[in-house]
Each structure stands twice: as C-alpha cells, then as structure tokens.
Design a protein around this ligand. Structure first.
Ligand code: SIN
Ligand code: MN
Length: 238
C-alpha cells in the first residue's frame, strides 16, 4: 500500500528486519475459544506504517473525543469510516451529529488487509466491510468491557466476524462472558496483531484495560513520534 511514499529510512529498516528474521510461518492462536482467532504479527511493517499515516491525514470526519449518553468520555479518540457509529445513540448513520461530517470512505488498501486476514482464518465467513471504526489510545487510554452489538440484526444473527487490527503500543486486552473485569481473560495485543471475533464469540465482552507506554516496534516509533500510543481498527459488515 502506498498512501504516500515511504521515507527511505523506513525501507532500510524493513529490509534489515527481513534479512534478520527467519522465514515467517504465520503464527496463529485460537485462544481455545470457538469463534476467536488471533493472528500474531499478521500486518506487514510497511502496511502498519501506511495505515497510521493515512489515519493521520486531517480532514472532515477525523478523530474526535466521543462520549456516552450519560456524558462520560470514552477515554480514547475515534473516527468512523464507511458509516458513522455514534456511541451515545448506539447506532450507525451516514453523518455524525456534532459537526455534520460524512464518514470518510474506507481506503481499499485497508479493506484488502482486513479481508486477507479474514480469509486466512478460514473458519469464518468472508465479510465485505462497510464500517471501520478507528480508535486512537494515548498511553492513558482505555475502553471498558462491552459487546459490539449495534450492527444489523442479520449480521449479528449470522455471527459475521469483525476484524480488529492493532498498531503501535501494546494493549492489555480483556475478554470474557460477562462485564466483570475480574473474571476476564487478559492477553497482549501487539503491533500488527489481528484479532477476529465471530460465530459463538461475536458478542463476547471485550475491552482494553491499558496501553503499555513505549512498547511500539522501533521502526514504527518515528511515524508515531508526534503522538505515541495505539491505533486499533475494527472492520465490520453492518
Ligand atoms: C473496540 O472494542 O472497539 C476496540 C478494541 C481494541 O481497541 O482492541
Ligand atoms: Mn468493541
């Protein structure tokens, strides 16, 4: 993907990384739970850099600090691509209420990466993503345990998966059968990891307890240097 030309120093780093690392066998973890697949380090470094740089491009519909219905902040920055998701109304629409901005389209390059991950985890049906919610967490960012259940009835009934891509600093990610964080399982989501939740796990409770400062890969740090933290993109079919 080439939203802008990669700076030569990145290409050098990526080539060096490739020379150092043994041939990649795609690591994959099922986390012993039907409907949940974690593809470790799935997104290539150049694609991670490309995704971050595209998310940075300012324009209408860009990042804002959303609130719930009760006025409480979500502790992250968000933008919606494809359709706008409103966390206060818990619904999707073409524009967002507070500034009237239309949701920007999902870049084809983003869709391609999500769909490649989707087909790699072949137990899931293939989705055609029409929504991508991008969250940006600073190092004090977090997200309480919740279910993703605002998509269409048919999408949820079919258990169509959503595909979650993590870039930047590592998150401690929680998941479980209830909203109780003490009973939740904790895993690390690192830069390049793809988590897919579908089928029986489509309505799993999940959240981010914290983001670990200064844990992004060194080759990504320069791209993230102005705003260190974590970017998460979830792709869904409404
Ligand atoms: C979300 O549940 O919307 C995002 C989860 C994450 O940031 O990993
Ligand atoms: Mn969610």
């Amino acid at each position: 993907m080439s939203p802008k030309k990669l700076k030569p120093q990145y290409l050098g780093v990526i080539r060096r990384e490739k020379r150092k690392s043994p041939p990649r066998v795609q690591p994959r973890f099922n986390i012993s739970r039907p409907g949940m697949v974690l593809l470790k380090g799935f997104v290539k470094p150049e694609d991670q850099i490309g995704m971050v740089s595209m998310c940075r491009q300012p324009g209408p519909g860009g990042f804002y600090e959303p609130s719930f219905k009760n006025g409480a902040k979500l502790n992250l920055w968000m933008m919606s691509l494809g359709k706008n998701w409103d966390p206060a109304l818990r619904s999707y629409g073409p524009t967002r209420l507070f500034d009237g901005a239309q949701a920007p389209t999902i870049p084809d390059a983003f869709k391609m990466i999500a769909q490649t991950a989707n087909s790699t985890a072949s137990e899931f049906p293939q989705i055609n993503p029409d929504v991508c919610i991008v969250n940006y967490y600073t190092n004090s960012g977090k997200l309480g345990l919740h279910q993703d259940k605002d998509e269409s009835k048919s999408s949820l009934a079919k258990g169509l998966p959503f595909i979650s891509i993590s870039i930047g600093d590592t998150a401690e990610f929680l998941f479980g059968d209830t909203r109780d964080k003490d009973q939740a399982t904790k895993i690390n989501l690192e830069s390049g990891d793809v988590l897919i939740l579908g089928g029986e796990s489509r309505l799993l409770f999940h959240g981010v307890s914290h983001v670990k400062t200064n844990t992004a890969p060194s080759w990504l740090k320069e791209e993230m240097s102005i705003r260190p933290g974590r970017v998460n993109l979830t792709f869904r079919q409404y």
